[in-house]
Design a protein around this ligand. Structure first.
Ligand code: ZN
Length: 398
């Protein structure tokens, strides 16, 4: 059994008056997805349950059949995996923004004016040792960084220092429970943040940036702590040799967290200019070596977060056009979304997402078109996120 499993991030939506009371997916011209739906079976996934807005990481892991309570490693370790850092058991990883604060530690900008790269800053901090704890600091995309604490007796049960809103003072880092580990970790991280602030202020890049009238990167805002633990691989769960094709770091991280091999594709950027065709071509090629090819396509989500209905609709049409590449394979094709991102909300929502499962070897249901309302009338109706992989497994018999 060979499967291409495509997740179009944030593709699900609500009916929009300007689209004749259709969703962007229902309104878009999607002949390929419609064919796959017509010849396959459909439904909608209620990803994390009504009333719970999924993040991309917990949504993906749930759809892939992982139990969040047991297996969710936290956002930090997933982001770290995304930039290819191998974590060791006991490491605590965190998402980090290079930010600008004033002399009173009030946040001027959480993203240092969306600075393009933090590489010249990360290298000054990388490898710092404080009381037996090593701090590994690596640049992420744009203003983002990853900080990893490595040492004995660490915990991820600590609070973030990011007030999330500019104009507010940075917060103190505190233990979330009474354990010795949480108290120790909070104290070490506090020392690291203070030392880093001094080192960042003295970084020559900041002198240059200030002369140009831009904001200096002088503070680390940390959140999304996670304690590294090994989780069962996708292969162990389903017996399928799996790979991941994604542009943005988080999704490569999700793939690596599940033990999937990440295949890098030139032109896969995770942005609206991303080369969807190149990704689908790479997926087709990967079918020679892998049983399960997870392809992540990001931009419908970001376009929704901008409230860009036209852009989202056109991007869905682009995905559909490029699907041409996969229409003649013998592989089963699954298409869904990790969560809905309604353009009217400009954020993720709990609305169930449409899905289709297509294979030459299954009997079709009566859905004729791929869209939210049609899929709900499909064979499966609305299913729970955590049941989805079992449904795929039963349908495709692996
Ligand atoms: Zn998402």
């Amino acid at each position: 059994m060979k499967i291409v499993f495509i997740i179009c991030d944030g593709m699900g939506d609500r009916k929009i008056a300007s689209l004749g009371n259709k969703t962007p997916l229902e309104h878009a011209e999607t002949p390929n997805m419609d064919t796959l739906a017509r010849e396959g079976v459909c439904g909608r996934i209620d990803v994390l349950g009504r009333g719970v807005e999924p993040h991309s990481d917990d949504a993906h892991l749930t759809i892939f059949g992982y139990d969040l309570k047991k297996h969710y490693p936290g956002r930090g370790p997933i982001e770290a995996a995304g930039i290819g850092i191998k974590l060791m058991h006991g490491d605590v990883a965190m998402r980090t923004n290079l930010a600008t604060v004033d002399k009173n530690f009030t946040v001027v900008d959480r993203r240092t004016g969306r600075i393009e790269s933090t590489a010249p800053f990360a290298k000054d901090l990388d490898g710092m040792m404080i009381d037996g704890v090593r701090f590994i600091v690596k640049p992420g995309t744009a203003y983002r960084m990853i900080v990893i604490m490595r040492g004995k007796g660490l915990s991820d049960k600590i609070t973030q220092n990011d007030p999330k809103i500019k104009g507010r003072k940075v917060l103190g880092i505190h233990p979330k429970d009474r354990s010795k580990e949480a108290r120790f970790t909070a104290a070490m991280l506090t020392k690291f943040i203070e030392k880093s602030h001094k080192i960042l202020k003295a970084n020559p890049n900041n002198q240059k940036i200030k002369k140009e009238g831009k904001l200096e990167g002088n503070y680390l805002l940390v959140r999304g702590f996670g304690y590294h633990k090994k989780i069962p691989s996708f292969k162990e769960m389903y017996g399928l040799k799996a790979c991941c094709i994604a542009g943005a770091g988080l999704y490569k991280g999700i793939g690596r967290t599940m033990g999937m091999k990440v295949i890098e594709v030139k032109g896969a950027t995770g942005m609206p200019n991303t080369n969807v065709r190149a990704k689908f071509k790479a997926a087709k090629k990967a079918l020679e070596d892998y049983d399960f090819v997870f392809v992540h396509v990001k931009p419908a989500d970001s376009l929704s977060e901008d409230g860009n209905v036209k852009g989202k609709t056109e991007f869905i049409e682009k995905i559909d056009r490029e699907l041409d590449v996969l229409m003649d394979t013998d592989a089963a094709i699954v298409i869904t979304s990790d969560h809905s991102t309604p353009c009217e909300l400009k954020s993720h929502s709990d609305d169930p997402v449409p899905f289709l499962i297509n294979s030459k070897y299954i009997d079709a249901d009566n859905v004729k078109k791929f869209g939210e309302a049609d899929c709900e009338k499909g064979k499966f109706g609305i299913v729970r996120g955590k049941d989805f992989m079992n449904i795929v497994r039963k349908t495709l018999k692996f």
